[in-house]
Structures are given as structure tokens and as C-alpha cells.
Design a protein around this ligand. Structure first.
Ligand SMILES: [Fe+2]
Length: 291
């Protein structure tokens, strides 16, 4: 065996080990970031603090997002917004709801549903690449309701904030075509600002005449696997070409925050160069701040 062969083998083993350690670290290290969002013409939202999380994908054996939820328990925002894909295994729904119920927010915890909240699969179905049974959102709503968590399935609620009333609205999953703007806005009668939760940011294309001061979305996982030098080609699983795979952006003139999510898809339970994120959003009305 030549010296060159030994050197190449050592370099390959070290390189592979480093890659495995990096991927495991990037998959299981939660980043908590804080973002300031300028939302014009919505003084009622000024000073509001939202903890935005998304895409937990809690499943067996991928239970790490439960630990991530424990890590953010100490954050006590005004609102917690969770934009879908809660679990990937039906048997994990109870512990997922329990973990969300341990979080605290002064004005409430609000949840919208994602595609995986509808087509949950068993382990066997996953291995066979089959779509699972269709889980009625009512099952999720009922379990959430017992812990005073508001699930918004094409619906809205009026919230009494420190600077005035505003609505939190939630579309059902746009990826499966279940979003219904008319039903979502049915109860919105007065001219208060609207924070809209939608699993996929694609729903912004249909906002048209409805008031939406801020949209919160997930679904993209921030790309999940982000190869350096190829960021422009990050897969977001959206119809719309987003300016970036996650973070704050303006789409169709509306401020949108797309969460990079906490969990992973079950087909590829890894993250690279795109760690799990929970984001604290601090809303500022530029008009109020300059007074
Ligand atoms: Fe997801």
C-alpha cells in the first residue's frame, strides 16, 4: 500500500466525518433570531412582538423539534404564530399539542395548517412512498382547543392588543388548494389590521382586495439543504419565485415573513447550511415611530 493511498484514505475519512458532524449540528442546533418589521398604516400593531415558528414535522423517530420547543419556552411574546406542518406521524399529535401548550404568549397562540397536517403517513406508508390517510383538521382543532390554542382553518379572530384591536386570520393549506380567502375574511367586518397566517407564501398571489398588513408563512424550510455557491437554486417548493428562501421579504407589496422552520421533511431528515429557526418579530409602524 503506497503512502499516497494512505494519505488519500485519511483525508477522505476526515472529510466525511467532518461532513456528518456538520450536518448533524446544522440539523439539531436551533437559531433564535430577532427581526424588526416595518408595517405601515397599522398603528394597532406597533410594538407587537410575535414569535413565529413553523414546520415542526414532529415524527417518530424525528422528535428533536420537541426539544426545540422546550428551548423557546422562556420567550414570552405577545403572540405565537405557528404556520403549519405540525407532525408527520398521527401518533405524535398528542405530544406535539402538549409541547405547544407549554409555550406562553400574552395574547394567544395561533396555528394554521400545512399540507402534512392533512396527509399524515404511517412509517410503513412513508417507506413505501404512499400518501397517508386524510386527517380532518377538526381532530387537530379539538386537541388544540383543549389547551386554549387557536387553530385557524380558513377563519379569523379579533385580538385586543395594547395599541388597539387587530385580526389574526389563518388560511387552510394553499399547497393542497384548501385556502379560501372569502371564508377566512367572512368575520372580518371592521377596518382593523390583519395578520394572515398561511403555510405557503404562494397564497399572497390571491390576496387581491382583502386587507393583509403582514403575512406569516413557512413551507420552504429555508431550502433545508443549502449548498454554498448554489443558493440561487435553493428548492423552496413554491410556485412563486421568492427573493430568498426564508426571512423577511415584500411580496405583491405586502410584508411577508417566511420561517425557515424547525423540522425537516421525512424523506430527507437533515439540514445543511440552513439550521432550524425560531424568529421573534418586532412590529414597528414607521408613522408612529417618527411621531
Ligand atoms: Fe414543511
Amino acid at each position: 500500500m503506497g503512502v499516497e493511498y494512505i494519505v488519500i484514505t485519511i483525508i477522505a475519512v476526515l472529510g466525511f466525518t467532518t461532513l456528518v458532524i456538520t450536518v448533524l449540528r446544522h440539523t439539531h442546533t436551533l437559531v433564535i433570531d430577532e427581526v424588526r418589521i416595518l408595517v405601515p398604516n397599522a398603528s394597532e400593531l406597533h410594538g407587537l412582538q410575535i414569535l413565529h415558528i413553523s414546520d415542526l414535522h414532529i415524527s417518530s423517530p424525528h422528535t428533536w423539534p420537541l426539544k426545540a420547543l422546550d428551548c423557546i419556552q422562556s420567550i414570552k411574546p405577545d403572540i405565537i404564530a405557528i404556520t403549519g406542518d405540525l407532525t408527520t406521524s398521527p401518533e405524535m399529535l398528542d405530544c406535539t399539542v402538549k409541547a405547544i401548550g407549554r409555550l406562553t404568549a400574552r395574547l394567544g397562540i395561533f396555528v394554521s395548517l400545512g399540507n402534512h397536517d392533512h396527509w399524515q403517513r404511517s412509517r410503513l406508508q412513508h417507506l413505501l412512498g404512499l400518501t397517508g390517510r386524510f386527517v380532518h383538521p377538526k381532530q387537530i382543532e379539538n386537541k388544540m382547543e383543549k389547551r386554549a390554542i387557536e387553530t385557524l382553518v380558513n377563519g379569523s379572530v379579533l385580538v385586543n392588543g395594547a395599541n388597539g384591536n387587530f385580526y389574526v386570520a389563518g388560511l387552510d393549506d394553499p399547497y393542497l388548494g384548501l385556502d379560501n380567502y372569502d371564508k377566512t375574511y367572512e368575520m372580518i367586518k371592521s377596518d382593523h389590521p390583519v395578520i394572515l397566517l398561511s403555510h405557503s407564501p404562494d397564497a399572497i398571489a390571491d390576496v387581491s382586495s382583502h386587507r393583509c398588513d403582514l403575512m406569516l408563512s413557512g413551507h420552504t424550510h429555508g431550502g433545508q439543504i443549502r449548498i454554498p455557491m448554489l443558493h440561487g437554486r435553493t428548492f423552496t417548493n413554491t410556485k412563486m419565485v421568492l427573493p430568498r428562501p426564508y426571512g423577511l421579504m415584500v411580496l405583491n407589496g405586502t410584508p411577508v415573513h417566511v420561517s425557515a422552520g424547525i423540522g425537516t421533511s421525512s424523506e430527507l431528515p437533515l439540514r445543511f447550511n440552513c439550521p432550524p429557526r425560531a424568529t421573534i418579530l418586532n412590529i414597528v409602524d414607521p408613522r408612529v415611530e417618527t411621531i
